[in-house]
Design a protein around this ligand. Structure first.
Ligand code: GLC
Ligand code: MG
Length: 425
């Protein structure tokens, strides 16, 4: 959070399952569209917050399965656990708040009296979250009876029903909404309240997000009945909350446009990537654009034309070089030539490329260092490299784009592909 000096231009707080991530789209297209937009136009001065019901264990599993970006803040286990940055440093202050008026033992004891409740797996039972499954037709009745018995025991808890199956019991002060309120308060106290905040969700545990004042909200088109019902009863007159017409991350992009929160055209939705409307050199856009071309070339979505290759050579310095993650070095122009053989080698196959955490620093009047994680998913296997690129604006116009001087890659821990020799760029 501290990487941005002032206020973030936009903070997106998004649920994951069926919101950021579409489990019904094996191609993950809306997620990839969002990723490209975020990295090209938002990453540098905006904050990305994932707010999920999943525990750390299941969150990590999802990251392995889906092409996901790395958030600045991760709120897990339905707003009961907040962590910051890549090292996921826990917010101990939040834990202390949740400890007040919470007795997990009594919660478990009381809940065990209801045969309609089935305990969720061990990984989903957290210090401040007790979770069950319960059938839709039983949910209301059980919730009512449970809350009555908790009141009798003097326990102030919150019961949330999500996805037509999950029942979570949390401390009253917990939940996705309270966690967001806490985060906003923290940012405000540092003088870093985001200029705009957009909350995104699809199910019952997201409802609270939409009751935080002064933020925008989007319920994705595929939102669950329980969330739509909550909205109809509690927020239907709030123009800052919309029900998108698009599914999942497509709905998030739609909301960015609807509320005019910034650029809302993903580079993935553009065929001609030579953006002549750019007003200044933009290293992040350059990186996103390059890897998008790389994907399209290999999927044969970009036609096999010498013009592309010569344009590409045009933006690579003749003396420029590439250091492959396994150590060998090659002139950049040779790498471009080598692309000739791999045109369409991923045609009709599952192959996607995305970049994550693209950060650039201008180191002199003409030179930028750009650091990012470059990921590929190919045949179900994800592999990734930490990449450092040196880009130059010497002797080129903004419309021509920056010149690549060097690209240097290192395998990310645990992300080395089975066959390293197949990795290019
Ligand atoms: C996630 C969690 C589960 C929780 C549900 C709804 O699926 O894994 O424990 O009940 O979200 O909040
Ligand atoms: Mg969800």
């Amino acid at each position: 959070m501290d990487r941005i000096k002032g206020s973030a231009r936009l903070m997106i707080v998004s649920d994951l399952d069926h919101t950021m991530v579409d489990h019904h789209d094996p191609e993950n297209l809306s997620l990839l569209r969002f990723n490209a937009l975020w990295e090209a136009k938002y990453r540098e001065d905006c904050l990305l917050v994932f707010s999920t019901g999943r525990s750390l264990t299941l969150y990590k599993e999802l990251r392995k399965e889906k092409p996901m970006l790395t958030p600045d803040v991760t709120i897990m286990s339905v707003g009961t656990e907040i962590t910051y940055g890549n090292s996921m440093i826990p917010d101990d202050g939040w834990v202390e708040i949740l400890n007040q008026k919470w007795d997990k033992k009594i919660v478990l004891e009381e809940a065990s009296k209801y045969p309609e409740l089935t305990l969720q797996p061990e990984t989903e039972q957290r210090p401040h979250k007790v979770s069950f499954y319960v059938q839709k037709d039983k949910a209301q009745e059980v919730t009512k009876a449970l809350s009555e018995s908790f009141i009798k025991h003097g326990l102030d808890v919150k019961i949330i029903y999500s996805g037509g199956i999950d029942l979570d019991i949390l401390p009253q002060g917990a939940g996705k909404g309270q966690a967001l309120a806490y985060l906003l308060k923290k940012l405000r106290s540092k003088g870093k309240l985001p200029k705009n905040t957009l909350a995104c969700g699809d199910s019952g545990n997201d409802a609270e997000l939409f009751s935080i004042p002064e933020i925008y909200g989007v319920m994705v088109s595929n939102a669950q009945e329980e969330l739509l019902q909550w909205h109809a009863a509690n927020a239907k007159d709030n123009p800052n909350i919309i029900h998108a017409t698009e599914r999942c991350a497509g709905g998030i992009i739609e909301a960015i446009g609807h509320f005019s929160l910034g650029p809302n055209i993903s580079p993935r939705d553009v065929t001609d990537l030579s953006d002549t409307s750019l007003e200044k050199f933009d290293p992040a856009y350059e990186v996103v654009k390059f890897y998008l071309f790389f994907e399209r070339w290999r999927r044969a979505e970009a036609e096999k034309s010498e013009i592309y290759l010569s344009n590409l050579k045009g933006v690579c310095a003749p003396s420029g070089f590439y250091v492959h993650p396994s150590g060998f070095e090659k002139p950049l122009h040779d790498c471009v030539d080598a692309l000739r053989q791999c045109h369409g080698d991923k045609q009709g196959k599952q192959f996607r490329v995305w970049v994550d955490q693209v950060f650039s620093t201008q180191v002199s009047s003409h030179i930028w260092i750009v650091r990012f994680k470059k990921w590929e998913i190919s045949g179900g296997e994800q592999s990734g490299c930490l990449t450092t690129a040196l880009l130059s604006s010497k002797d080129v116009s903004v419309a021509e784009g920056l010149t690549w001087l060097q690209v240097h890659q290192t395998w990310l821990t645990g992300a080395t592909p089975g066959d390293q020799s197949l990795w290019r760029f």
